[in-house]
Design a protein around this ligand. Structure first.
Ligand code: ASP
Length: 307
């Protein structure tokens, strides 16, 4: 039995995003179908999460790949990670500026390098060397994100962010992720993002950090998060869910409920996550107004939700 879940970010749907509800659903549906095709052909969970995330990176409405949010300087810096729960293999990239699909680059790091995490110019240089498509930074930039940046009021110098906010960052929907269990019981997770709108150049969030935004272990579960990256880094959020299963004896639903439904909001950490365990049980939960998400299990009807 295979199972797959995807997300397109947690937060509140803005008016322009609400107007594009149909396109958002279409993007999620296409991503879910791409991942399911891999699993139905007896492919691996790792290939499935990569395939699903590539579709969302290419869809301009999501905050990953084309359509990602802008830094304060008006450029795009992308982060992504992928992890296989079999043998705890992982690849991660941060501050990618020219690689069309950062998740493909993360996968190449997983497969080909003795390292886990590449950042900055060296990451793009490796992508070019590996033959992955390179684009000008403008390729990623959409009119919607330019307007969003213009509407942002940067915090005055020296002021502290309020409770529930990241370090001066503003949260938006659109980070993408996927978790899967294949027919052989292998788990995988992938996450890709442009980070937070108006972030300082050089800022890296939770998404590409193994254990924070992305984690997979066949012995417990696979997790992809979205939300306040500064909080999820400090909560080591994805690994916390796996640890609740491994050491705490919790089942997936309880682990996610206690982490995202109870502990995170108590601290002021806003966001959500998708998770899957080795039985193929899927849990998707958020403490924000909305989380774009979808899931499918072998032989069952796929579902997409945007509330
Ligand atoms: N967690 C992401 C980050 O902090 C943002 C998001 O999920 O919306 O980079």
């Amino acid at each position: 039995m295979y199972a797959l879940a995807i997300h397109g970010g947690a937060g509140a749907l803005s008016r322009p995003e609400l107007a594009r509800e149909r396109d958002l659903r279409r993007g999620l549906t296409a991503a879910l179908a791409a991942g399911e095709r891999v699993l139905a052909a007896d492919g691996s969970a790792l290939d499935a999460v990569e395939a699903a995330v590539v579709v969302l990176e290419d869809a301009p409405l999501f905050n990953a790949g084309c359509g990602a949010v802008l830094t304060l300087d008006g450029t795009v810096e992308l982060d992504a990670a992928i992890m296989s729960g079999t043998g705890l293999r992982a690849g991660a990239v941060a501050q990618v500026r020219h690689t069309k699909n950062p998740i493909r680059l993360a996968r190449r790091v997983l497969e080909e390098l003795p390292h886990v995490f590449l950042a900055g110019e060296g990451a793009d240089a490796y992508a070019a060397e590996a033959g992955l498509a390179q684009v000008a930074n403008d390729y990623f930039i959409t009119a919607l994100r330019r307007e969003q940046l213009a509407a942002l009021q940067p915090l005055p110098a020296g002021s502290q962010p309020g409770p529930g906010m990241g370090s001066g960052s503003v949260h938006t929907l659109g980070t993408v992720g996927a978790v899967a269990r294949d027919r052989h019981g292998r788990l995988a997770a992938a996450t890709s993002t442009g980070g937070t709108p108006g972030k300082r150049s050089g800022r890296v969030g939770d998404s590409p950090v193994i254990g924070a935004g992305t984690y997979a272990d066949d012995a417990s579960c696979a997790v992809s998060t979205t939300g306040d990256g500064e909080w999820f880094l400090r909560l080591v959020q994805a690994y916390d869910i796996a640890a609740r299963l491994r050491y705490g004896g919790q089942d997936l639903a309880r682990a996610v409920l206690e982490a995202i439904g109870e502990r995170a909001p108590r601290l002021g950490a806003r966001g959500g996550l998708i998770a899957i365990d080795h039985h193929g049980q899927i849990v998707m939960r958020h403490n924000t107004a909305a989380m774009l998400r979808g899931c499918v299990r072998e032989g069952e009807q796929a579902r997409i939700d945007i509330d």
